[in-house]
Structure formats: C-alpha cells, structure tokens
Ligand binder design. Structure first.
Ligand code: CA
Length: 309
C-alpha cells in the first residue's frame, strides 16, 4: 500500500512536471523562422548580431529558429528592402521553410514592409517595433523641413545635438555616412508618405488608428514605447530626451511618435520604453518598472505560434 502511494505520488508529480516543461520548451517555437532586421545605423559599434540585445537567444531557447540579417546601416528603404529580400531567399533556401516571420525595429519596420509588399508569398508576418511608418519629426528637423515656426530654434538645436550624440555613440564616433541623406529622406514624414503610397499594406488610413490585420496573406503587427528617458545608467537616455523635443509634446519613444509606429494590429504603443529599450539596449539597460523587452519578444513569438505562423 505504501509502495502504491509512493508510486502514485511520483506519477502525479510527473504529470504536473511533464506538461509544464513540454509547454515551456515549445513556447517560442514558431512554424516559420523569425528574421530580425535592424534600424538606422545598425549600431555599427555593437554589431548586427547584438543589435537585438539578448533577444535571439531568448527566442531560440524555447524553439524558434532565429536569423539576424544585415542591411545597409544608412540607406533608403528600397535599397535596404532589396538587400533584405536577398537574405530572406537565402534563409528560405537554407531552412526549407516556405515563409518567414519578419521583425523589424525603427527603419527595420519599413524595410520589412518593403519585402512583404513585393513578395507577400514569402512572408507570414510583419512586426514593426518602434517603426518609422509615417516618418519621424527628428528626420524632418535634420532635413530642415519641420513645419516653419512649429518649434523654437533652441529646440531645433537640441534635437540636432541629441541625434548627433546618439549617432556618435551607436556608430563608434564615425559620424554620418555618405548615404545618410538617403536614409534621413526615407525617414522624414514626406519620404515615408511617398513610400506608403507604393507600399500601403498594413498602414493605418487614419492618423493614429490601426491598420489592416492581414493583407495578401501577410499578418501585420506593431508595438512601441512612449517614454524617452527610462534609466539613469543608460548613457543614450539624455540624448533621447533631447530628440523627443522634436515631437512637441506628442507621445514618442524619443525618435518615433507612437502614432507613426502604428502598423496592422497595434499590440501597444505606450510601453514605458524608449527607442533603444525596444531592442533591449544599451546592453540590457532598460526600464526596471516596465515589462522587460525580452518578455515582449517571447510573448510575440508565442502569439505567432498560436496563430499557426
Ligand atoms: Ca535603454
């Protein structure tokens, strides 16, 4: 009898343990590979692999196949998009997968949208994080095309200085590249709206609403932060506080307004995160009082998995 009880106890314990570990093991196991696409400047100093800091491994650990891509750090959306398309085809050939799940940050948002727009048959989902989908007021300021009189001169100077500090930090002090102008034009409001006319999939038709959830078989998602300064130990935060002035009080993550980040299904547009927190930078220095970015990426992989993607 005692033996039976021991056996029953062990059996029940095994029952509670096995399903839990099985579930955890497949939590991020998407049907299609996840492809991560970096933003402007690609953090030359940090490198393409660590741009999404600690996120590839966090996704892989519970089953996802994850690929990190590298496109031009600073170039037009179309040039970056063509580069990405080539890499997507290589990933599909290497894995034998029929499609990919694209996840892009910042300029990576429009870049993945380009691929889904020209080759929707190769893409299961597009996820834009802090994506510059309707342009950035910071780019407008840099190009000198901010609406006249909309911002005092001192603010324009602060925004420019702030962006200069961010670029210097991310690119290891190499400054603006020759093709930076093409990038900034793509990221301006006018450049983004022009891109959207050719590639409208998932873009909200209203100023700050949601876009279509599924277009030509591709599912569209987005999220973003809305808090420029989040961690006193992160050296980039003061610069993001300066660039956030370009938005004249509108919600932003320091470089992109919440409304501009909207694409397809908006998961949330006001996490207490700044533009770099969205990719768990600088090296994991994020807001301690907000959901960790690693958790958001894992939850999203699980979301894609549950949708059969
Ligand atoms: Ca940070």
């Amino acid at each position: 009898m005692k033996k039976l009880k021991t056996w029953l106890g062990a059996f029940l314990m095994a029952l509670t343990l096995i399903p839990a570990s099985t579930w955890a093991a497949g939590y991020t196991q998407t049907k299609y590979p996840i492809v991560l696409v970096h933003g402007l400047f690609g953090f030359d100093k940090i490198g393409p692999v660590d741009y999404f800091y600690g996120l590839s491994s966090a996704l892989r650990s519970d089953g996802a196949k994850v690929f990190t891509t590298q496109v031009s750090a600073a170039n037009s959306t179309e040039v970056r998009g063509e580069q990405l398309l080539t890499q997507v085809k290589q990933i599909l050939a290497a894995t034998g997968a029929a499609k990919v799940n694209l996840i892009g940050h910042s300029h990576g948002g429009p870049t993945i949208r380009y691929v889904a727009s020209v080759r929707p048959d190769l893409v299961a989902s597009v996820t834009s994080i802090g994506g510059v989908n309707k342009g950035s007021a910071v780019a407008d300021v840099i190009l000198g095309v901010a609406p006249p009189g909309s911002l005092p001169n001192s603010v324009l100077v602060s925004v420019t200085n702030g962006l200069g500090s961010i670029i210097n930090f991310l690119s290891g002090g190499t400054g603006l590249r020759q093709d930076s102008l093409a990038a900034v034009k793509s990221l301006s409001t006018a450049g983004s709206l022009s891109f959207n006319r050719s590639h409208p999939e998932g873009v909200p038709t209203s100023a700050c609403g949601e876009g279509a959830y599924v277009v030509r078989g591709v599912s569209y998602f987005s999220w973003s932060g809305a808090k420029p300064y989040t961690n006193v130990f992160d050296v980039v935060d003061p610069a993001l506080a300066l660039t956030s002035l370009a938005f004249a009080g509108a919600k932003s993550d320091g470089l992109v307004s919440s409304c501009s980040s909207h694409l397809g299904r908006v998961i949330r547009d006001n996490y207490a995160m700044n533009h770099l927190d969205e990719v768990n930078q600088t090296i994991g220095l994020v807001n301690l009082f907000e959901t960790n970015p690693v958790t958001l990426y894992r939850q999203h992989a699980n979301r894609l998995r549950n949708l059969g993607m």
